[in-house]
Design a protein around this ligand. Sequence first.
Ligand code: SAH
Ligand code: MG
Length: 201
Amino acid sequence: MVGNFHSMIKEIKEYAKREDVPIMLDDGINFLTTFIIKHQVKTVLEIGTAIGYSAIMMALSSPNLKVVTIERDEERYLEALNNIKKFNLEDRITPIFKDALDVELTEKFDLIFLDGAKGKNIDFIEHFEKNLESDGYFVTDNINFHGYVAKDESEIKSRNLRGLVRKIKNYIEYLKNSEKYETRFYDIGDGIAVTSRKEIR
Ligand code: SAH
Ligand code: MG
């Protein structure tokens, strides 16, 4: 069974490569699954399912973990449904096909993983902070955005990309200056931020 899982994961990664789906890098996945185990995370909300890779990796890392995951692209959502079924994880992973900012949830989560549109992270935090347990964490992927965040703006030729990088920098400043939250930045994978409420620590 474990050997089979291994080849199924390989297939998902190959699909992602072929179809240009930006799934999390290995180092990032290792960080995330280690974090889940270390902090005894039981419930995760993920923004940006893509094809279900990170949700599946999180669920496999911790046998009782429950994941609610949101995706707005129909083709990816359908592929995620397929993949979740293949791993028999339908009882622990709940995919939602919608724009995350249109999703209203009442339950609270130990971890909210932000891996959707990179320019929308402040909106995601403000929309979902009511769904974060008081001692919960936001984990944000792609804080380095393929190294562009560290570059000088003049080096970035595309106007769209420059705009996106500016938004990520703005998000980093937002986290650093927040009175509510404190954040640690990790140079792992494509850059990861771990954010928790100040009053609790
Ligand atoms: N977490 C995945 C990769 C996600 S890629 C993994 O590592 O396996 C980012 C995904 O977020 C894309 O598929 C994109 O369609 C989705 N997305 C971006 N903005 C979104 C939004 N506002 N609501 C829902 N999904 C969004
Ligand atoms: Mg990502």
